[in-house]
Write a protein that binds this ligand. Structure first.
Ligand code: FEO
Ligand code: CA
Ligand code: CA
Ligand code: CA
Length: 593
């Protein structure tokens, strides 16, 4: 292996004190500036945000809700001008709409959706593409940027790759099986080396309601994904979200979506070659031979880690030549062995158990039912795989495993039962080659409070009481190859601290040392950490601030009209709490961290 000469941390900033309050906090010497809030104008002619009279038409021109993935795509090679791409994962109706929450016998109830409300929710989903410029060291949105765009749950998209056009993808409204409207529950994502924006479709089950016709052939497929989850009521107004009326529509969601941001009228493409499951994200890296490797987590308890290797190679001098690389390649699922080795098992029709006998008549069937195919290959069931971040400098990749309180049997790669705080696995691809079909792995961190022995956390002893975290969700590798981790769930776990952004050493004696750089307001989680290439800015996404979570008995939800625990980021009575993207810079300029 490589020399591990350094002994000190590669980070040098004064740590933030962990805690919980109504505001966000960044390390001393840094600014955390609000950049884009739910309702902010994405186009110069968009209406001003008015939470009391919100409409679908207004929301389609404004920044969406619950910002998750954040990416930055420089324009014309400039470090001071570029496109910010942001996913809007889901909506918190109780925090968005006044007058829909009532108390019934001490329990909070949210009123049934109206058609208008459902349409506003649909317009608040999807993604935003907006031009940013940096003036005097500070970023601002350019609302008349020619490439600005909102993508919603109604935007026309194209299904491409091996499952496109298959009978299981056809509906009454689309007899071609290739034309679908909208993308939903876009959690994390990615930016490709050729500058396209990747939106991963994660918890799609909650958007479908109704009942499948008796003995419907998709019954087992949908059960494996929890469809219909019936969290949203869109299906009462749009029949395609009612599986009783449009039984194939769920097969058209759960994919990775690629958007050409350089053409605001481009039709986003759902790339079926990357499989269908609860896609957390899709971070990519250029392998030594020029093929592109995408790392893909399926965020569910006991689901799997995947990667996709393109058949073709990346051409840095010809953007157009890269635009359909994602339609051809090999999808693999990971088996983590007890001896610290691992295998990437190909999900290829006709190989091993992926045959007609087992219900896979073609590669389309393998991809539509990726989870069942991976079950048959005996992949390793994991503790909720979230973001997976490759490090192009080292040939390693970091897997965020957020938690799994239902695990009853430990194994080497998921070493704790009732894993409340999650862990991070470091994959070392064979010979540092990202296309390798085998490799080794280590546990970088078992998360949680190291001062509580029974938690079994493995942070270094240099890690302070501020520096530990639980529930890793998103990660970033900066231009220097340093690892940053953001979290989801620390507030809900009643740990006296919120979620935030932590800097984690991966090498030398400092390996396993973590320190807190930024923390979010009460109720929020932190998503989308996105360092710019020059490391002068960290864009971060504060998601669902002020939310009490689903624990009605414990913390309870807070509603628009309740005495909110925070009114971040505006702190005005007339404004609800709002999810927002924040730009973190060093006071006086310079590199972060
Ligand atoms: Fe949307 Fe896996 O978090
Ligand atoms: Ca996530
Ligand atoms: Ca990431
Ligand atoms: Ca999350």
């Amino acid at each position: 292996g490589e020399a591990r000469a350094q002994t000190a941390s590669v980070f040098n900033f004064p740590e933030v004190e962990a805690g919980v309050d109504a505001d966000h906090h960044v390390a001393a010497g840094y600014d955390a500036d609000i950049l884009l809030r739910w309702g902010d104008k994405i186009f110069a002619d968009a209406p001003d945000f008015d939470p009391l009279t919100q409409t679908e038409a207004a929301q389609e021109r404004q920044f969406g809700y619950n910002n998750d993935f954040v990416g930055f795509i420089p324009l014309e090679g400039s470090a001071d001008r570029g496109l910010l791409v942001v996913n809007h994962e889901y909506t918190n109706e109780h925090l968005m709409f006044p007058g829909i929450v009532t108390m019934q016998n001490g329990e909070m109830a949210v009123a049934d959706a109206t058609e208008d409300r459902a349409n506003i929710e649909m317009a608040a989903h999807g993604g935003t593409i907006i031009e940013l410029v940096r003036d005097g060291g500070k970023w601002r949105p350019v609302t008349d940027g020619a490439l600005n765009r909102r993508i919603t749950a109604k935007t026309e998209m194209q299904l491409t790759g091996p499952a496109a056009g298959h009978d299981r993808m056809k509906t009454a409204d689309d007899t071609t099986g290739t034309k679908v409207f909208g993308t939903i529950n876009n959690c994390a994502g990615g930016v490709t080396p050729w500058g396209t924006y990747i939106m991963a479709e994660e918890n799609i089950h909650g958007y479908f309601l109704g009942e499948l016709p008796a003995d419907h052939p998709e019954a087992a497929n949908y059960e494996r994904l929890g469809v219909p989850g019936a969290s949203y009521q869109w299906g009462n107004f749009h029949k395609r979200f009612d599986v009783g009326q449009e039984p194939n529509e769920p097969n058209r969601f759960g994919w990775v979506v690629e958007v050409d941001v350089m053409d605001p009228n481009s039709v986003p493409k759902k790339r079926t070659a990357l499989g269908r499951f609860k896609h957390e994200g899709a971070e990519s890296v250029v392998a030594a031979d020029g093929r592109i490797v995408f790392y893909l987590g399926d965020d569910e308890r006991f689901d799997y880690v995947y990667k996709f290797v393109t058949a073709g190679t990346y051409d840095p001098d010809d953007r157009a030549a890269n635009m359909d690389l994602l339609d051809e390649g090999t999808l693999y699922v990971a088996r983590f062995d007890e001896d610290g080795s691992m295998q990437w098992l190909p999900l290829v029709h006709g190989e091993g158990p992926l045959t007609a006998e087992n219900g896979f008549a073609s590669q389309a069937d393998v991809l539509i039912e990726t989870r069942r195919a991976a079950d048959l290959l005996e992949a390793t069931p994991m503790d909720r795989p979230e973001d997976i971040q490759p490090n192009p400098l080292t040939g390693r990749a970091y897997v965020m495993l957020t938690n799994n309180t239902r695990r009853e049997e430990a194994n080497a790669a998921n070493p704790r039962v009732e894993n409340a705080f999650g862990h991070i696995i470091e994959i070392l691809e064979a010979d540092g080659d990202f296309t390798a079909t085998d490799g080794t792995w280590e546990i970088l961190l078992q998360c949680g409070d190291p001062s509580v022995a029974e938690v079994g956390a493995t942070f270094s002893t240099e890690t302070t009481r501020n520096g530990w975290f639980g529930m890793p969700d998103n990660a970033a590798i900066d231009a220097d190859g340093r690892l940053w981790v953001s979290t989801d769930g620390n507030s809900m776990a009643d740990t006296g601290r919120t979620d935030g952004l932590w800097a984690v050493d991966t090498d030398g004696d400092a390996r396993g040392t973590s320190r807190l750089f930024y923390r979010v307001p009460v109720g929020a989680e932190l998503c989308g950490p996105c360092p710019t290439e020059d490391m002068t800015t960290f864009f971060v996404a504060v998601q669902h601030p002020g939310d009490g979570g689903d624990d009605w008995e414990g913390h309870g939800r807070v509603s628009y009209y309740e005495d909110l625990s925070t009114r971040w980021p505006d702190f005005e009575d007339a404004m609800p709490v709002r999810p927002a993207v924040v730009a973190i810079t060093r006071q006086g300029g310079g590199r972060i961290g």
